[in-house]
Design a protein around this ligand. Sequence first.
Ligand SMILES: NC(=O)c1ccc[n+]([C@@H]2O[C@H](COP(=O)([O-])OP(=O)(O)OC[C@H]3O[C@@H](n4cnc5c(N)ncnc54)[C@H](O)[C@@H]3O)[C@@H](O)[C@H]2O)c1
Length: 441
Amino acid sequence: MSEVTTALLEKISTGTIHVGIVGLGYVGLPLALAFLERAKTKVTGFDVDERKVNLLNQGETYIMHMGKDRVRLANASGLFHATSNFDELCEPDALMIAVPTPLTAQREPDMKYVADTVSAIAKRLRRGQLIVLESTTYPGTTDELVRQSLDGSGLKCGEDYFLAFSPEREDPGNKHFNTATIPKIVGGVDADSGALATALYSLAIEQVIQVRSARVAEATKLTENIFRGVNIALVNELKMVYERMGIDIWDVLAAASTKPFGFMRFNPGPGLGGHCIPLDPFYLTWKAREYGMSTRFIELAGEININMPRYVVDKLQTGLNEARKPLKGSKVLVLGIAYKKDIDDPRESPSFELMHLLLERGAIVQYHDPHVLVAPSMRSWPHLPAMASQPLTKALLNAQDAVLIATDHTGVDYPLVLRESSLLIDTRGVYQNPEPNVLKA
Ligand SMILES: NC(=O)c1ccc[n+]([C@@H]2O[C@H](COP(=O)([O-])OP(=O)(O)OC[C@H]3O[C@@H](n4cnc5c(N)ncnc54)[C@H](O)[C@@H]3O)[C@@H](O)[C@H]2O)c1
């Protein structure tokens, strides 16, 4: 083990290491708090978004489920500060990168954010720094794209600086697991990098699992998300098949879930949402092409999941038809626009596609979401009109021709919704028993 490695290990084992997190979003902010709260290390947060930097430096948060108190305490500890001055990137001993990895309009990996961040680090890289990529990406990113850029500094990977990949498994809103209690996978591009990154995360995270390489770690994250995407598509397909047969998928899932082995429950829904599952699998599809391989399960699952909003709107249209009403000119209330229950994140939420399809067919659309009070302008649906959440009242429900439950937030008064709506489209299995005004979709 080199002198540089030993010095860094010493800083980790004594808790004197200075940690930097680049990208203070849904992944970066909880990670920063985990290091502050559990390891009591000095933490610098970097972000290009000055609004976030200013809020954090005032002890305020911008993510609903990240308790305000946690950020206030972090700020008061004197160990944390946020900055958009990237010259400070040379100060932390370890830098963890948690910037976005979206898809381009052609559904190819958009590596711009990672590339910009790594190039900003490369300009200031110093001997003895450990760099860890956390952003979800295709296998080979750390070893190829990131390493090449950092090597441009003239420093040598594995000797002067260290490099690893550690995927984030954050599940926003999950009451049972948080950043510190979700086991963490770590893979270094060489032995020293892997050992250092494992020691570093062990300061803040209960269980750290070191895998053989950064590529294994990258592939692990994609495998987890592909597994979810494919299984959600399967259950969505089964929902449509059983529906034709007059069988309720929710009854079937409740029964199948009693099997104590060999079955894992996934729920159907109006389509995929969030930053991860609709996007990440296509990172593998793109990389597989380089090896002359196709990813048929991923493509098929994508096709089924992408078509779900259209299936739901068709179902709603059928319900209105029964009541002799055309969708054109009908009033429709969408309940829930966050991509899943009890969070405030609307990214890639199928609710936006649902609203787009409803508006395209001439409906008059409003929404209610207790966690998303103003619908943000969305990259994939820039044409949607500006909208704000409507208070959920008897009068609002009575005025609708149909109410569409897209996200099943806990705080919503579902008995009121059932009582006061003439037609309800339930995509989340909120109402277990058959109800005359409820269509499951
Ligand atoms: N949100 C999740 O639940 C989740 C779970 C697992 C993995 N991931 C992955 O983690 C990564 C980050 O996702 P997220 O949800 O935290 O995204 P996010 O959009 O919430 O946060 C990313 C942050 O990075 C900042 N940023 C963008 N470019 C930057 C740059 N060049 N330098 C510094 N900061 C920059 C943005 O301003 C933003 O604050 C993605 O690769 C995502 O796929 C997300």
